[in-house]
Write a protein that binds this ligand. Structure first.
Ligand SMILES: [Zn+2]
Length: 346
């Protein structure tokens, strides 16, 4: 989706949730005439499960929601078009909260504690000012829908692929330069919308069987800052992971990076090396693979994605005429060669 009218959000004129699959609980209508404190009072007295606080000019998340046990019953909070800049750290006290709608605020960042919201199924944050997403979001184990449209995200944390219930991810209109390479291995993920990310020049091969929106991606040419490297094969260029761009050139064969070899070794020897004694950052990198070798006969774990291979497969081009280039990843020159000749399972 690429508008600010996400699932369950409301149009400017309407104030009533109308989705047929929404909770059947009694909902209090959103009235611009009611003050936030009146709405909160009604919610508490009548036990409403859905709380509408859209268009209230709120600069902070209502503190009383978290201080009193009287709001434990709330399942959905709607805070469209307020002036929130962040969220409180103790949102987890709303233990039954399943849906949190925060479109069109001024949210700059999310507390790390966001991962403690274990019941949350829908998180809508489109039209905010986010430049990054905390990796702790991986612990929102019930999350099914995540909308981050129209923010300023350059990357998504790789840990997003650990959201086992995530079905739909929408990140249109950001500044993404790449997507996590193993995003497609998210077991429940079916839809990824990444339209209007002008710097996004490629999508991971792991997404090849999913619904992927990439309209208006890669429409701008970027060549400065050293983060990008021209990688021309069949007149295509793409983002190149930092660790390999210095060693990959048109006329040279790709070689394993020291980083990739190190992580492979640590991962393989983790029992002997006593991995818990390693620095946390190294430990995390070496334990969680970023991808697997795309040659279907191999599937070896990869940690830095050492051999990207660009291709425009006829099947994907047929399904999505505007699709961008896929990247296949291989663990060795041998696999890369085989993958080039047989890119899909036979
Ligand atoms: Zn391989």
């Amino acid at each position: 989706m690429n508008t600010d009218e996400g699932i369950g959000s409301q149009s400017d004129m309407s104030s009533v949730i109308c989705g047929s699959t929404r909770s059947s609980s009694v909902a209090v209508e959103d009235s611009e005439a009611s003050s936030a404190s009146e709405v909160l009072h009604d919610c508490q007295v009548h036990g409403h499960q859905l709380l509408y606080l859209n268009y209230k000019g709120l600069t902070k998340f209502p503190a009383q929601l978290l201080q009193e046990n009287a709001y434990q019953h709330i399942k959905g909070i709607y805070l469209k078009r307020n002036l929130l800049q962040t969220l409180p750290t103790n949102l987890k006290t709303l233990t039954n909260l399943k849906e949190l709608y925060l479109p069109s605020n001024k949210i700059i960042d999310l507390p790390d504690e966001i991962g403690k919201m274990r019941a949350l199924m829908t998180l809508v944050l489109n039209h905010n000012l986010l430049t990054s997403l905390p990796s702790e979001i991986q612990h929102c184990s019930s999350l099914e829908t995540l909308n981050l449209d129209k923010n300023f995200l350059k990357v998504l944390p790789r840990q997003i692929t650990l959201l086992h219930r995530l079905e739909e991810l929408s990140v249109t209109g950001n500044k993404l330069v790449y997507l996590p390479m193993d995003l497609g291995y998210c077991p429940s993920l079916q839809k990824v919308y990444a339209d209007n990310n002008p710097y996004l020049k490629a999508i991971p091969f792991s997404l090849w069987s999913k619904t992927v929106g990439t309209y208006s991606c890669g429409t701008e040419t970027i060549c400065d800052s050293g983060l990008y490297a021209e990688f021309k094969e069949a007149n295509m260029s793409a983002y190149i992971p930092h660790e390999i761009q210095s060693i990959r050139s048109k006329n040279s064969s790709p070689v394993s990076t020291l980083l990739e070899i190190s992580y492979r070794y640590v991962n393989k020897q983790q029992g002997i090396l006593k991995i818990e004694s390693l620095p946390r950052s190294v430990r995390e990198q070496a334990v969680t693979a970023t991808a697997h070798c795309e040659f279907h006969g191999c599937s070896r774990q990869l940690f830095t994605g050492c051999y990207p291979h660009l291709l425009k497969h006829p099947i994907t081009t047929l399904q999505q005429p505007n699709s961008t280039t896929f990247i296949g990843l291989c663990c060795s020159l041998k696999c890369l060669d085989l993958f080039s000749r047989f890119p899909l399972p036979l």
